[in-house]
Design a protein around this ligand. Structure first.
Ligand code: SF4
Length: 213
């Protein structure tokens, strides 16, 4: 079976498995909040980010407010997310970039978003797809990348290569859905250390389990 057909079948199965899976697990009310939350989410859990963002956005609700914030206060609020010294600088600089380069509005392209401090291609894809409904690329986070490789839908060695493969394989209208479903499967069943293969609805497509049998 060719890769495109396999990918489509996997999407159809996972759609039945996870009908209510969210597009992102980060809490946000607008694109600015999701951008900042996604920068904070590097190397930490969504839960820990969600524990600090209510206070952060109450205190600094706009790019302008965050751009003028003291690093000391930002650090105090975001401390639970880890590497908070660096992240405090990133989010304040990103807010300053939005104010100074984009008139206070979060930009709507990967190229422009990537000029902001701390914003990777993955972060840009998250903000565009989950907050703005723009599909310029496919979100490949640690879960999506891992499950994609295990299911043999990409042999890419890094998120950018995996994304390139997926953009060739998956129709653009399904990019967002693919990320949502694979993210859910990676969190709930196909976890990094102990995947629950006995409960996996797409086990018959898996290359990872085949290698270990
Ligand atoms: S069979 Fe196991 S390793 Fe393969 S996709 Fe399912 S949970 Fe992941």
């Amino acid at each position: 079976m060719d890769t495109k057909k396999r990918a489509q079948e996997i999407i159809d199965i996972l759609k039945r498995e996870y009908p209510d899976a969210p597009q992102t697990y980060l809490h946000f009310n607008n694109e600015f909040e999701l951008l900042i939350a996604t920068i904070l989410s590097a190397h930490t859990t969504d839960r820990s980010v969600n524990s600090v963002t209510p206070e952060l956005f109450k205190r600094f609700p706009t790019p302008q407010a965050l751009a003028e914030a003291s690093l000391e206060e930002i650090r105090r609020i975001i401390r639970p997310v880890g590497t908070y010294n660096r992240k405090a600088v990133y989010i304040r600089e990103a807010a300053r970039g939005i104010v100074e380069q984009f008139g206070g509005e979060v930009p709507k392209t990967i190229e422009e978003l990537s000029t902001l401090k701390g914003v990777s291609r993955k972060t840009a894809n998250v903000v565009l797809s989950s907050a703005m409904g723009v599909d310029e690329g496919i979100v490949v986070d640690t879960h999506i990348g891992r499950v994609t490789q295990r299911l043999g839908l990409s042999s890419g060695k890094n998120p950018r290569e995996i994304e390139q493969d997926l953009m060739q394989t998956i129709p653009k209208t399904k990019w967002r859905e693919y990320a949502r479903l694979l993210g859910a499967h990676g969190r709930r069943i196909c976890t990094a250390r102990r995947p629950r293969c006995d409960e996996c609805a797409v086990q018959s497509y898996c290359q990872h389990i085949a290698r270990h049998e």
